[in-house]
Write a protein that binds this ligand. Structure first.
Ligand code: NAI
Ligand code: ISE
Length: 343
């Protein structure tokens, strides 16, 4: 049993504790921490009664009984916990974003490279989603010909009050940044952001929707609508236009209903439901790989790439300009062929 400590017992923290402790094979949650101690204690009582509740995330990381760490606290706390896990030589799964600035992500990349061990995985779960894997298979098999354009939408029915500023770009859009780079096996060279008319459903202080345009090294053009007050539901769309054919991301399975003078499919209402299977696959593969001494999922470099791309998009939004994305070469440490055992 892999003994895991979880930092952050909010929405996704509780989801992950439940799956790591009660659903997946080969792991047990032995330690929990949250700055909201009462919540951590309630979560422990309900989901993992034997787990020890720590007052500090750093003490949890240092505890000899904790073999691997899962970070599900707020984005701005990720850097310190991931750096502490690297310093302790423990594998760490960190929810997206790896950190909230490209500089912070680079600190993590540099610390991991200096440690000489692959310890960090970022929670970009769409790579584990069955629909995206099917679409990738079509692209990789050459069935669509060379991809030329990609049209996407990332729609949430609503967002919490803490979701403000440019979080459409820095919190929601990173999922597309990562999954499209993985789908196309390509990197980005420039970003542009166009602001359509604002929806009446958004709070006064929030811009919504955004239309984000990316260009890749191979010259593929991508447009992504990020619309986080889309009243009809949670809806993720992706259409890859190739030279020989078009591949559509499959819709989640649902029963076609003939009812009330309508022919209809259900539309899901949040990310938990849409990606529930991919979180399971993602964390099961993480547990299995950590036990084998390797980390095979999205790396700290992928986390850095997402943050640097998001930074360029924020600049593009506020300047109204096309902004180049200059990331530099990936360290050979992160080349797939040289992924090293973590222990
Ligand atoms: P949340 O606000 O529901 O929970 C975050 C928890 O972290 C809170 O309980 C808070 O008290 C705790 N926390 C904050 N600072 C802390 C610290 N220094 N030490 C210990 N605990 C601390 O937020 P949510 O929605 O669970 O998001 C958490 C992270 O997961 C975010 O980075 C978010 O972007 C990511 N996320 C990823 C999703 C995905 O689809 N992969 C979906 C939802 C969230
Ligand atoms: C949230 O933080 C997530 O990560 C969800 O997967 C995403 O769809 C949503 O837009 C974000 O706010």
């Amino acid at each position: 049993m892999l003994k895991i400590g979880v930092i952050g017992t909010g929405a996704i923290g509780q989801e992950h504790i439940e799956r790591l402790h009660n659903k997946l094979v080969g792991s047990t949650v032995v330690a929990i921490n949250d700055i909201n101690r009462a919540q951590a204690e309630e979560v422990a009582r309900r989901l993992t009664p034997a787990a020890r509740v720590f007052t500090s995330g750093h003490d949890l990381i240092a505890d000899a009984n904790v073999e691997a760490i899962v970070v599900t606290s707020w984005g701005q706390t990720h850097e310190e916990f991931v750096l502490a896990a690297i310093a302790a030589g423990k594998p760490v799964f960190c929810e997206k974003p790896l950190a909230t600035t490209a500089t912070a992500c680079l600190n993590i990349v540099n610390a991991e490279v200096a440690s000489g061990r692959h310890l960090v995985q970022v929670g970009f779960m769409r790579r584990y989603d069955k629909s995206y894997r099917l679409l990738k298979h079509q692209i990789d098999s050459g069935n669509l010909g060379e991809p030329l354009m990609v049209h996407c939408a990332h729609r949430n029915p609503n967002v919490p009050d803490v979701y403000g500023g440019d979080m459409a770009i820095t919190d929601s859009f990173p999922h597309e940044i990562d999954v499209l780079r993985w789908l196309l096996d390509d990197d980005y060279v420039s970003a542009q952001v166009i602001m359509p008319r604002k929806t009446k459903h958004a709070r006064k202080d929030l811009d919504d929707p955004h239309m984000i345009l990316l260009e890749t090294r191979k010259g593929i053009r991508i447009d992504v609508e990020v619309f986080v007050n889309c009243p009809y539901g949670y809806d993720i769309q992706c259409q890859v236009v190739g030279e020989d054919g078009i591949g559509y991301l499959p819709e989640p399975m649902s029963v076609l209903l003939r009812k009330d003078a309508k022919l209809s499919h259900e539309i899901l209402q949040d990310w938990k439901l849409r990606f529930i299977d991919s979180y399971d696959v993602e964390l099961q593969e993480w547990i299995d790989s950590v036990k084998l001494g390797v980390v095979l999922g999205p790396t700290a470099w992928d986390g850095y790439f997402a943050a640097a791309t998001a930074d360029a998009c924020v600049e593009a939004k506020h300047s109204g300009q096309i902004v180049p994305i200059e990331i530099g070469e990936r360290p050979t440490f992160y080349a797939p062929a040289v992924l090293k055992p973590a222990a």
